[in-house]
Design a binder for this molecule. Structure first.
Ligand code: ZN
Length: 421
């Protein structure tokens, strides 16, 4: 990619001189490209990255049984369009970014036995609880330096559920000192907290497989309540996160090839290749959805499968960039009326061939997984009659929230890791 990068710089400079408005394609410039005020003054639609998500949600609808299809088919466009909402929310909330990936490599090597599979267990393991004492010291009560004693595990988990998780979701980090003191006293720990707070270290490396477990529960509950608006919203979001979980580069800290001199490979794999070939060449007949008996295990498996492909994704591109003529790796392309530089069609095709159609396989797996997750939630909710669901109309609050999301997106400032989709 280094050579390729140098080449694209040279071509962009020439093009700038020639066309004036030339925008180079490179994920490192995505924040610039995404900002409609700078690069797309007349458009708020994003240039890259959203194609596959929209396709996955649309095609997942087509896998559903007739009892569900009756509700989903009329909303297929909505589900496709809103497949990208989670990415847009990354401009509005810093909690959003970690839901799209997990840096598995920071936790060692497969089979990652030390990594708790359930969200609550993982949060407990990677959260430190602190207290300030009457003498003004700040001490760690539980956490990396002070593991929770075995005999306290149950009551600590209870404390964690009631006191800590709700605050985490509200982005608050102060704890109720009285509740902590009650736990300490009942456990015979001679410490009295004046104030208490916590810090968690799980989010910084991504939480996609855990977040999907929560989404599965929420979606099941929405089906149970026959809340059609919520069903659609959660289905759209879930399709997105499941899509992300199927992308190898969403499971590594080297997510954009930045550690191996392959900057830009993220968009190349997940955006450019599918955009060029998916509609023309991919076989998207994936069969019926399956019932997922163990969602936690299922989502983890998707992530582990993705992770097992990271090495090929990087190695094949590195080899190809050396053997493929360097002047035929990046090509001008027209996007939203502007010229951009993108990996050439032949180069993308060669990459796809070298990976033996990996992008198609992962997209197919994602579509099947999305259909199966939706189907499973519906079954677990007792197969509610979908013919009797109202057509959802957005509430005032939802419309406001959407307008706010669009606004933040227009301002183009991602909170958290920038180069994920
Ligand atoms: Zn994403």
């Amino acid at each position: 990619m280094q050579k390729l990068f140098a080449f694209y710089l040279a071509v962009s400079l020439l093009a700038l001189i020639a066309f004036g408005s030339f925008v180079p394609y490179s994920p490192n410039l995505q924040s610039e490209i995404r900002n409609p005020q700078s690069a797309f003054p007349n458009s708020s639609s994003p240039p890259w990255g959203f194609f596959a998500h929209k396709r996955i949600n649309r095609l997942a609808v087509l896998t559903l049984p007739p009892e569900m299809m009756v509700f989903f088919k009329p909303h297929i466009d909505w589900l496709a369009d809103h497949a990208v909402d989670p990415d847009m929310r990354r401009y509005a909330s810093k909690q959003e970014a970690p839901r799209h990936y997990i840096d598995l490599d920071v936790y060692g090597t497969p089979p990652f036995d030390q990594l708790p599979r359930l969200w609550i267990d993982a949060m407990i393991k990677y959260t430190d609880v602190w207290a300030t004492t009457a003498s003004g010291d700040t001490v760690q009560v539980f956490g990396s330096e002070r593991p929770v004693p075995e005999n306290l595990a149950r009551s600590y988990k209870d404390f964690f559920f009631r006191q800590l998780l709700p605050r985490f979701y509200k982005d608050e980090f102060l704890l109720d000192a009285d509740s902590l003191n009650a736990l300490l006293q009942a456990s015979g720990i001679p410490l009295h907290a004046q104030t208490a707070f916590f810090s968690e270290h799980l989010s910084e490396h991504g939480i996609v497989p855990w977040h999907l477990q929560k989404m599965q529960r929420d979606l099941t509950e929405a089906f149970r309540q026959r809340n059609s608006r919520r069903i659609l919203r959660l289905c759209a979001d879930m399709g997105h996160y499941i899509g992300d979980a199927h992308v190898p580069l969403h499971t590594t800290s080297n997510y954009n090839g930045q550690k191996t001199g392959q900057h830009g490979i993220h968009g190349f794999w997940e955006s450019r290749v599918p955009e060029l070939f998916a509609d023309e060449e991919y076989d998207f007949f994936v069969g019926k959805p399956v019932y997922i008996a163990d969602p936690a295990n299922y989502f983890w498996q998707a992530v582990f499968d993705s992770h097992s492909m990271v090495d090929s994704v990087l190695t094949m591109e590195r080899n190809l960039s050396r053997s493929f003529p360097s002047d035929r790796q990046m090509c001008p392309d027209l996007r939203n009326g502007l010229s951009v530089l993108a990996p050439c069609r032949d180069y993308a095709a060669a990459y796809q061939t070298a990976l033996q159609g990996m992008m198609e396989r992962r997209m197919r797996a994602a579509i099947h997984a999305v259909g199966s997750a939706w189907y499973t939630a519906w079954v677990d909710a007792g197969q509610p009659d979908m013919t009797k669901m109202d057509v959802p109309i957005s509430t005032e609050d939802e419309l406001k929230e959407e307008a706010e999301m669009q606004k933040m997106y227009g301002q183009g400032k991602i909170l958290g890791r920038p180069e994920e989709h």
